[in-house]
Design a protein around this ligand. Sequence first.
Ligand SMILES: Nc1ncnc2c1ncn2[C@@H]1O[C@H](COP(=O)(O)OP(=O)(O)OP(=O)(O)O)[C@@H](O)[C@H]1O
Length: 281
Amino acid sequence: MSTNSGFGDGNTLPLGRSSGTSTVHRGELDRERNVSVRDLRKSFGDATVMNGLTLEFEDNAVTTVLGPSGTGKSVLLKHIVGLLEPDSGRVDVFGKNIWSMNENARAEMRKRFGVLFQDGALFGSMNVFDNVAFPLRKHTEMMEEDVRDVVWNSLREVGLEAAANREPGALSGGMRKRAGFARALVMQPEVVMFDEPDSGLDPVRTSLLNDLILQVHEQHQGTYILVTHDIETARKVSDYVALVWQGTVIHYGPTAEAFESDDPFVQQFLTGSSAGPLGMD
Ligand SMILES: Nc1ncnc2c1ncn2[C@@H]1O[C@H](COP(=O)(O)OP(=O)(O)OP(=O)(O)O)[C@@H](O)[C@H]1O
């Protein structure tokens, strides 16, 4: 089992989705990252969910968190955004331990995050335009004219201009996710987290959403953290793959390396095989 939740031993690392063409140098990796999780432990009653999880997310890269159901992926995201407090260990965001801040500082920190929940988490009573405008109207002093410019840009980016006046109930699942993505982007977040963006989408819409994620990341950069069960999504959009099992990271590294790994855990998970060390528990 490989347990490299940091980086390999070489001086340079391949970067860039499965093609891996460019490199980052060791010196650049030693600085404080936007999101780092160290020895995170969390139990709910008798059930240990985070069991010493350590993971330093690479800035300006897309990292996919994969792992069997119930293994703690969503719990990890909730810790990163400060919705859950660790029993022990720490979550540092933008260089600060988020549980050494007061609630106001945590709320400020969250403004630098964009979070895309499974269903887009849109307000049912507001049309798409107002949903996307909501964070700007709530969290900034921006003039309404400027809000409108930002929202139209964001809707254009996700291809939803024509649906601006529709309410979420009148959208398809894929459109709801794109609307949620547009709303996650309007505050120009430095960290964007996606909890199963592909859930409930057919393969074509999943693929289109993946293209959109890549396109937007290419343009805006940022630390993207994506939880998914879809191996093809991981292969297509990620620079790095983290494989979580039983509350720890059992593999972390560049995407191509994960898909070429001969580690039996990694292989079994990435091929979806029933034969191998991973069982039902
Ligand atoms: N607030 C909570 N109280 C009690 N148990 C919880 C709570 N949140 C999560 N859990 C438990 O923690 C475990 C991990 O849940 P989590 O949702 O993180 O799994 P996951 O890896 O995201 O699963 P899936 O891939 O199926 O979505 C589950 O057993 C879940 O029941």
